[in-house]
Write a protein that binds this ligand. Structure first.
Ligand code: SF4
Length: 670
């Protein structure tokens, strides 16, 4: 049976057989290829530790009793404290159908926008930058652009490990057409090992670098003045601001890069968490978009800015409105027409009028007692949010906590109502990958015990809260049809997210659906230079770097090649654990010498209120003053605890995305 990988945003197609999982040669995203995580998926189908039975107050019970208890807590909070006293915190592991139902319930019928997702940790800054520049959250390019580019810049992306199958396309382009690969990253990552040029920017240095590249293109006569004049607004102020930037890069390396950028129209800039997870992320992405607009390198073969999404359905969540600051179907809070459109389509009596709380603020509100009932699904914020000990404290004080998940986690330990969720391989629906390709995830084996899909749980909650008529779907195909119909409702070409052609798809065709990219009648967006803004022009944004106080050490966090999130799935596979079997703290040789630390010695890393002792890994790829720890290990894997005990809850002021890439820490040899 054909399905889609549950891990990264590349969205590789799979064929699930009897105890086997292989790459799908007919899926356009991967053409049969898989990375090591995807290739080992069959070994993760182990149900021994799964949650199987609903529980209330630690006792097993029926679905009916558990959902009654869950709904009762929500109803009481809403009655006593209003709709903004409740919240959902959901997941990029959700299928689009799950997202659609949860979002419709919270925003349309409960009347609050307090629904956010762990995708906030992943690509919220890209969403904010796209909306500001293009007028809508749109990724212009497609994967074929990696085949056709002659210069690919990976900015804040360790794609060789985190988006491996797409990175293989970049390597293939180099082999066949001599494409240059550039990596911009404070670390000499695995991706940098393949690069023709690696620029080790200081943490948050990406913003200054892309500003400087814009100025360099202007000085070298490499701007597309005709494109700027016909399709954009605000260029003069953006260039003036960019000229203020001091990039701090080795001058020879910068000159090399500037020369390549100026001379190579077929240029893709692929950016990911290294750019997104910063206090200046939206502006840094704005600087990338400015560079592409100013050179006319957008909407053309082999050219464009490209947001690499971390999770399998980060894009689908955006389409369905899974973020607290947007409505469904790319409708927004800032346009009264959008509110009227959604209100009419849903027949929603309480459609919310203002954005809700973004992830970090949402958990602060739990800690402050403002959120009285919280439903967490498919994610483990007790490990994955910054300042995770504070998050645990908030969870322990939440008056009514419902958690739906597949496995026990540090978050499920706090649940008053615990619901067993069906997971990948057990539920049906769709996901959208980094290039806007919608693929089916299919159930090819039964869920263990009484586990059920998330969309069903939210529909049952809606029914118990008195909104059953608007949530009366019996199959995911029916939810998808409504989602598709909404995208076209009173659209009139205003929004590019429009899959209305699928609004009447029969159940059988949905079951058989092959991958398709939206918009359904095209590939690259903006090929004609027309943008979904009121005047059809893209907006340059005047951005320039801030000065940041220096700290002794900056903690950078990220992924390993063979692990995923907090290892609930990948940690069960011995071959995947063999790549790196324990948490370490990577530090530069000069810093190790300064601390008197040898490889394997213990180093204590401390921040406000938390301390973790790591074995040291001394890496010449680390820049001085910056240390790196992987995000995956938790106490469940026998480590001293998640590295997020040390990360600070600072966020980008526009996107609300946490700044995981540069938390100040103190180090000492133990
Ligand atoms: Fe799965 Fe991503 Fe690997 Fe493809 S590249 S197999 S989507 S983890």
């Amino acid at each position: 049976m054909n399905t889609t990988c549950p891990y990264c945003g590349v969205g590789c197609g799979l064929i699930a057989g009897e105890g086997t999982i292989a790459g799908d040669p007919a899926h356009p995203a991967n053409r049969g290829r898989l990375c090591v995580k995807g290739a080992k998926l069959a070994a993760t189908l182990d149900d021994r530790e799964r949650l199987r039975t609903p529980m209330v107050g630690g006792r097993e019970t029926s679905w009916s009793a558990a959902l009654d208890a869950a709904a009762d807590g929500f109803a009481r909070a809403i009655a006593a404290h209003g709709p903004d006293s409740v919240a959902f915190y959901v997941s990029g592991q959700f299928l689009t159908e799950d997202y659609y139902v949860a979002n419709k319930l919270m925003k349309g019928f409960i009347g609050s926008a307090n629904i956010d997702t762990n995708s906030r940790l992943c690509m919220a800054s890209a969403v904010a930058a796209h909306r500001r520049c293009f007028g809508e959250d749109l990724v212009p390019g497609i994967y074929e652009d990696f085949d056709e580019a002659e210069l690919i810049i990976f900015a804040g992306s360790n794609a060789a490990w985190c988006h491996p199958v797409l990175f293989q396309r970049a390597l293939a382009a180099r082999a066949t057409r001599g494409t240059r690969i550039v990596v911009i990253d404070p670390r000499r990552s695995a991706t940098a090992e393949f690069a023709d040029l690696h620029l080790a920017v200081r943490p948050r240095g990406d913003l200054a670098l892309f500003c400087a590249l814009l100025a360099a293109c202007a000085d070298r006569g490499a701007l597309d003045r005709d494109y700027i004049a016909r399709h954009t607004a605000g260029f003069g102020a953006a260039l003036a601001a960019a000229r203020q930037a001091e990039h701090g890069i080795d001058p020879a390396a910068f000159e090399t890069l500037a020369g390549w950028v100026a001379a190579t129209p077929r240029m893709v800039t692929a950016f990911s968490q290294g750019v997104n997870q910063s206090e200046t992320a939206t502006d840094a992405i704005g600087a990338i978009l400015n560079l592409h607009l100013a050179t006319g390198r957008i909407g053309r073969p082999g050219a464009g800015p490209f947001s690499l999404t971390g999770q399998p359905n980060a894009m689908g969540g955006r389409e369905a409105g899974g973020l607290a600051n947007q409505l469904a179907a790319h409708l927004g809070f800032d346009d009264p027409d959008d509110h009227a459109t959604l209100s009419e389509f849903w027949g929603a009596p309480n459609l919310v009028r203002r954005p809700g709380l973004k992830a970090v603020d949402l958990f602060r509100a739990v800690a402050d007692g403002k959120i009285r009932a919280l439903w967490i699904a498919g994610t483990n914020p007790a490990e994955s949010l910054p300042a995770s000990l504070d998050v645990r404290d908030a969870l322990s004080r939440c008056p009514h906590l419902v958690v739906a998940d597949c496995w026990p986690t540090a978050t499920t330990a706090h649940a008053h109502v615990l619901l067993p969720a069906a997971g990948w391989s057990e539920k049906d629906g769709t996901v959208t990958n980094s290039e806007r390709m919608i693929s089916r995830q299919r159930a090819f084996r039964p869920a263990p015990g009484a586990a059920r899909p998330d969309w069903w749980m939210f529909a049952e909650l809606a029914r118990r809260l008195g909104h059953g008529a608007a949530f009366a779907w019996d199959v995911p195909a029916a939810i998808f049809r409504e989602h598709a119909a909404l995208s076209a409702f009173r659209n009139f070409g205003r929004r590019r997210f429009n899959i209305g052609g699928l609004a009447a798809i029969p159940d059988d065709d949905y079951d058989a659906m092959r991958p398709l990219r939206w918009p359904l009648a095209g590939d690259r967006l903006f090929a004609e230079g027309n943008f979904p803004t009121p005047d059809g022009r893209a907006r340059f944004v005047a951005v320039s770097p801030l000065r940041h106080a220096r700290t002794d050490f900056t903690l950078n966090t990220g992924r390993l090649r063979d692990q995923w999130h907090t290892m609930t799935r990948t940690g069960r596979v011995a071959e995947l654990m063999a790549h790196q079997d324990a948490a370490t703290l990577e530090l530069a040789p000069t810093d190790a010498a300064r601390l008197g630390v040898l490889p394997g010695d213990l180093v204590a890393a401390g921040s406000e209120g938390a301390r973790i002792v790591f074995p040291a890994a001394i890496s010449p790829g680390q820049c001085e003053g910056s240390v790196f720890a992987a995000i995956h290990w938790t106490a469940a894997q026998g480590s001293a605890g998640s590295v997020n005990r040390l990360t600070v809850p600072a966020t980008d002021p526009i996107s609300g995305q946490p700044a995981f890439k540069h938390s100040p820490v103190r180090l000492a040899a133990v």
